[in-house]
Design a protein around this ligand. Sequence first.
Ligand code: DGL
Length: 258
Amino acid sequence: MTLSHEGYIGVFDSGVGGISILRELARALPHEDFLYFGDSANAPYGEKSRDQVLRRSRSIVDMLLDEGCKAIVIACNTATSVAAAELRGEYAHVPIVGVEPALKPATLTPGVERILVMATPITLRLDKYQQLAERWGGGHEIVEVPCPGLAARIEQGNLEADDLGALLDTLVGSYFGLVDGVVLGCTHYPFVSHRIRQAVGDVPLFDGACGTARQLERRLADRGLLSKSKAPGEVEFSSSRDTSEELELYRSFFDLPL
Ligand code: DGL
């Protein structure tokens, strides 16, 4: 078997969303090589069954490990909630880092009392999020808003279009001026941060990218897996919707100013 991406860090999501995490990983660990896989042919995950998301996650991890990846980042809140614990049990020899809604930094920010949490329906339903909310939510008012349709709409690109603003108004517009901060509990949402602020007001937004990068660095260091190279790392994109247009879309999301 040829391991064509030996020593890379495999990063995956249901589609373009995980690129918001990948950007931070590549910034924080500039000498690492990354292989990104977006499962756009099967997006969105957030409205699928638990079993479907688990099956897709397992087969993507298999594929990334067959490529020779030394670590995996599940750059998807939904897949992390569904699959991280099981995958860590099955692939104990590989560091597997997930992402979670950034409730902790939000609740630790002075002045942020009433917090809107936007995420996929599955993420908000599962125990992992419920435990997080129990751990960090005390003393705050947490308003959870499942956002069906939003990740799928972001997958289509064209992020300045009117229909996206209308969708956000329908989902969260009723909270305009009524919250102190918003947790972006899906990795697709940072790409529409400016549109979310238009819908809810100019408040701080919290996402899991920095926490995930710190965790990945720790896990690689613990196992002596950090790259020893001094050269800039590579970032490669692949997708289950394997067309040149799709890969071009991924690259454009990687370069978008956030
Ligand atoms: N970006 C993913 C997340 O963080 C999944 C969105 C979806 O496919 O529904 O939850």
